[in-house]
Design a protein around this ligand. Structure first.
Ligand code: AMP
Length: 573
């Protein structure tokens, strides 16, 4: 029987909700502390959920592998024991640069059990974004695979004094010096580990994100965040115990952690984990064969399915689906309609960002969807639209006015700081309001509509790209004098990265040089971040202080009025 949708009475839930009460949804640990891994795994171990499949792993080739909650907890325990044997202390950082395999989940949960701080990294990053994130976050341990280590870390990791150990998951042909193959090391560890009871405010997760300027920002989240992960998984993703749930987000980003590891396990669902990347036929097969009930994906993937056409979908029995959700980029109304027509269900858009740690605004299962809208705030979250003033912000009460999306702090999964960047963190707040950097409007019924970013960050295939990070690498090329990087619209990926460069005297803007610059960017940044196009310009538009005016570049590129787009220049981080 299908469970009835969560949040049957939205107004009543909002009126009675308190985060303090929400805490009691998860059993306290002995001693009154909290640990994300306890909420995700340990608390199930004396219930029937212990024998339920926690992860159904679909390897690239070959048969599915089922891992029960008990087995996953034991594997995470072995990992925690291994980390402890290597001298890892609570508060120490563990980075994970890996594709989706069960070891990634054991590593994340094992780190949390011990009180370590877990950071996922996008495995399609080139060496440079990885290096800068290691330099900022100073992890003690890096978990990766032999192949990724050799390709992306080996050349520079010895210069990072914080890193004491590299653990190689998956098959290891020959562990390079200074690395340790995990599989045999785990076998020697005990499957028991007393999960450490943490203070609610103890750091648990460090997620990197990008701003317009400066280096990547490390957003720090605490163990109490799990309260929000759990509740939003239930309210916004309609997760019910025993559901088969598939989150297609890459594990290198925040969605892959909050809703690809934590929320599914706290809610006692079976998580489908596919090792392979997008493939339309494979994806429909997974939905059918695994009897997926709840599917959380992203607009780029939906657009790729739409492009393939409806026939492929019709060849599959998708009757197990109950709830479809999407996040990360604007979900156009056509995609919602397409879902209804082709999959039998509409996509429910929801909104959040690295800093919020969890879903803030959503189209809930129990509510009519307004296609094109991000939905309404999660109970416990107060959202508004505001304009910035000299002294802070002014809330806009009138419906349908565009302003910056702001959220009333605090909530459990709100970030507690940018690592080593207190001033940058403080700039994100006006009094109690957190300033999201997104532009939105709210209609008379309280639904929020995404308008765009107020800053220059780029969203390509759902991945947030900081233009400064790309420009810095382009500037390393000896011929490049200036670089300006913008996002330009793309039918599938939402945006792709385009670079404008001017050259130093003595260099000619020819095809060979363009290819050389593109090649450097791909090699250093990885193909997911590098520009797709490089255009030479004699000079780039800049402010009097010499700052490249990306908005002007973008306006000129897209034929937009120049005045409108430059007004926000410099206003947002
Ligand atoms: P990230 O921190 O990488 O998760 O990116 C967060 C940003 O993605 C937000 O600030 C938005 O600009 C964008 N985003 C996330 N969800 C949505 C959505 N449902 N609609 C439009 N943009 C979104």
């Amino acid at each position: 029987m299908r469970p009835s949708p969560t949040l049957p009475d939205y107004a009543a839930a909002c009126a009675s909700f308190s985060w303090r009460d929400a805490r009691t949804w998860l059993p306290a640990m002995p001693g009154g502390g909290i640990n994300i891994a306890h909420a995700a795994l340990d608390r199930h171990l004396d219930t029937p959920t212990a024998e339920q499949t926690a992860i159904r792993f679909l390897p690239r080739d070959g048969a599915a592998v089922d891992i029960s909650y008990r087995e996953l907890a034991e594997r995470a325990n072995r990992f925690a024991n291994l980390l402890a044997s290597l001298g890892l202390e609570p508060g120490d950082g563990v980075y994970c640069l890996a594709h989706r395999t069960p070891d990634l989940y054991a590593a994340a949960l094992g780190t949390l059990k011990l009180g370590g701080v877990f950071t996922p990294l996008f495995s399609a990053f080139g060496p440079e974004p990885i290096r800068s994130r290691v330099e900022i976050g100073t992890p003690v341990v890096i978990v990766t695979t032999e192949r990724l280590y050799r390709r992306k870390l080996a050349g520079w990791l010895h210069r990072m004094p914080s890193v004491k150990q590299v653990l190689l998951i998956g098959e290891v042909a020959e562990a390079p010096p200074g690395t340790l193959a995990v599989e045999p090391a785990l076998a020697a560890q005990s499957p028991d580990y007393p999960t450490r009871s943490m203070e609610p405010e103890a750091p648990a997760l460090l997620h990197f994100t990008s701003g317009t300027t400066g280096r990547p920002k490390g957003a720090l989240h605490v163990h109490e965040a799990v309260v929000a992960h759990h509740i939003t998984g239930y309210y916004a993703l309609d997760l019910h115990p025993g559901d088969i749930y598939w989150c297609t987000a890459d594990p290198g980003w925040v969605t892959g952690t909050s809703y690809g590891i934590i929320a599914p396990f706290t809610n006692g669902v079976t998580l489908v984990v596919d090792e392979e990347e997008f493939d339309a036929e494979r994806w429909y097969r997974i939905l059918e064969e695994q009897r997926v009930a709840v599917w959380y994906t992203a607009p780029t993937a939906i657009r790729m399915l739409m492009k393939v056409g409806p026939e492929l979908a019709r060849r599959h029995d998708l009757s197990s689906l109950r709830f479809l959700a999407s996040v990360g980029e604007p979900l156009n109304p056509e995609a919602v309609h397409w879902g209804r027509a082709t999959l039998g269900l509409p996509f429910h858009d929801n909104w959040w960002q690295t800093e919020t740690g969890g879903i803030m605004i959503a189209n809930f299962a129990s509510m009519p969807i307004k296609p094109g809208s991000m939905g309404r705030p999660v109970p416990g979250i107060e959202a508004g639209v505001a304009r910035r003033t000299d002294s802070g912000i002014e809330l806009i009460e009138d419906p349908d006015e565009t302003g910056e999306l702001v959220l009333k702090a605090p909530w459990p999964s709100m970030f507690r700081g940018y690592l080593h960047e207190e001033a940058r963190y403080r700039q994100c707040f006006a009094g109690a309001w957190y300033l999201t950097g997104d532009l939105a409007r709210r209609d008379a019924e309280g639904y929020f509509w995404f308008i765009g970013r107020a800053d220059d960050v780029i969203k390509s295939a759902g991945h947030l790209i900081g233009p400064f990070e790309v420009e810095s690498v382009l500037m390393e090329h000896p011929a490049v004098a200036e670089a300006g990087v913008i996002g330009i619209p793309d039918e599938i990926a939402g945006e792709t990265v385009k670079a404008f460069v001017s050259l130093k005297p003595g260099h000619a803007p020819d095809e060979a040089l363009r290819r050389e610059i593109l090649g450097l960017a791909r090699q250093r940044l990885g193909p997911a971040v590098a520009p797709r196009q490089v255009e030479f310009r004699e000079r780039l538009p800049s402010t009097r202080s010499g700052k490249i005016m990306r908005r002007l570049l973008r306006a000129r590129e897209l034929g937009l009025p120049e005045g409108d787009t430059s007004t926000l220049e410099g206003g947002f981080e």
